[in-house]
Design a binder for this molecule. Sequence first.
Ligand code: HEM
Length: 439
Amino acid sequence: MVSSAVGARRLGALGTLRAFRRDPLGLLERLAAEGDVVRARVPGADSWLLNHPDLVQGVFVTDHRSFHKGPTIQATKMLLGESLLTSEGEYHHRHRRLIQPLFHREPIASYAGAMVRHATMTSDGWRDGQSFDARAEMAALTLAVVGEALFGIGVGDHRARVVTRALTEALEIFDRVYSPLYRLIVRLPSPTMRRYRRIESQLNRVVEGMIAERRNGPRGDDVLSLLLDASENGDGMTDRQVRDEALTLFLAGHETTANALAWTWCLLSEHRESERALHAELDHVLDDREPTFEDLPRLRYTDAVISESLRLRPPAWAIGRTAIAEHRAGEHTITKGSIVVVSPWLLHHDPRWWRDADTFRPERWLEVDDRPRYAYMPFGAGPRACVGRPFAQTEATLVLATIARRWRLRVRPGALIEPQAVLTLRPRYGVPVIAERRT
Ligand code: HEM
């Protein structure tokens, strides 16, 4: 049963804003302690935190037409423009229909080779006893996979390096300038914003170059060719729209998966029993060869490790919506213009839905599951759920299998590992590890 709402009385509007800037996860936890429907005061909009699977279903599925994307995704328009992630209504529907086939089973199976190959190349570069930041390694790896699988950018292509550097920097800047006051901040002619504009034009040049290449030369089965074919078949997509979709897939397709993998290495390093069970499965199923797409149904524990990591450290830690019509949440009326926040972080740690909620226990995914459906939503829910989910799950499982077959990554003793809730949930200081070769 949904517990009744209370106003978040203890914090004023500015107090809520300050608490959000300082410690967003802490603020969510404080608010959720007050009930499943909590109204918080934030400057500029009436804001509601909804923390129950039935309420999630109401907003994301049953009454999804009453909502648009929330302020954070709206803010990413400064980089991504009008794309699958940021657009609404008929525009979104048309682009989703166009892009969805890239994530059907057959194309995903064809990307598996690139996923394994890049994981092998990355880990072949490590030496036994070497220290590095696993988060940075995973970010470079997932970007290379998206570049090759979706855009046909080969290894060593200088464009991959330009996009990697520019996207990483653009994200850092976005994380820094994003706040409920960002609309004002991005208009200021600050050095940060000037740097941001420079990076943006680098990204545009690379993507525009790739579009021109496809317009004038042979097409393949990559995403740009698909979008350009559509634009020439009367679907009316301009170069700008193609650019927006391309950057969105680059960004959404690597940052989240990189963080998911980085957190997975961290959790495995802390839970040796689970790590042993993972190795046992890999040794049994793969013996002495690389994993393939066809192995996935037998890599059940490996898959469970990823699901559990996404539960405890969901990269999309909060998902926002703006109400464009009135919505009923339990016994409460959410009025048009209000902001609604649902937090996978809160739902995934809630002892009402999870036994030993804070414990990393991949085995739970191999047991009978009688949880409410929307108690777990790392990829969102309803018609706006992640289009890249099959890509992400295949990639995370294959990368984990490929690397864990050969390596243990041990978090460096004394390293401070702390979640930082920015655009995604990332390890604030990276994941410093020491690589140990498995014999
Ligand atoms: C572990 C990895 C990933 C996680 C946790 C994740 C999470 C999410 C979530 C929660 C949403 C819904 C946002 C909302 O409702 O506002 C979303 C949407 C989206 N994701 Fe992912 N994602 C992941 C990987 C990927 C990949 C690999 C791609 C593409 C290659 C991708 C592309 C997208 C796009 C385009 C959308 C917008 C879909 C739409 O609105 O139609 N994501 N993702």
